[in-house]
Design a protein. Structure first.
Length: 77
C-alpha cells in the first residue's frame, strides 16, 4: 500500500512531525488512531482529503493528502 501524506495545522504541528504519513487503504478514523490523535477524547478535527472535507469513514487512497484541521472556538463572553 502507498503512503498518504498528512498535513497538520495549528496546535497539531507540535504533535505531528513534518512529513508524517499513514498507509492507504484505511479510514481517516483509523489513520488518526495510528497517529495517536485521540479524536474521541475531546480533540475536534475536520478531516480534509485533497482539498475537500470528508467523513471519518472515508477510505484513504494511494497519493491522497490528508489535512487535519483543528476546530477552533472562541470569542467574547
Amino acid at each position: 500500500m502507498a503512503d498518504v501524506k498528512v498535513i497538520a495545522t495549528g496546535a497539531l504541528n507540535k504533535r505531528l512531525y513534518e512529513g508524517a504519513t499513514v498507509v492507504s487503504g484505511q479510514t481517516v478514523k483509523q489513520a488518526t488512531e495510528d497517529l495517536k490523535l485521540d479524536t474521541d477524547g475531546g480533540l475536534a478535527l475536520i478531516p480534509v482529503v485533497n482539498g475537500r472535507a470528508v467523513e471519518w469513514h472515508y477510505i484513504l487512497r494511494p497519493g491522497d493528502e490528508l489535512h487535519l484541521v483543528p476546530i477552533v472556538a472562541g470569542g467574547y463572553t
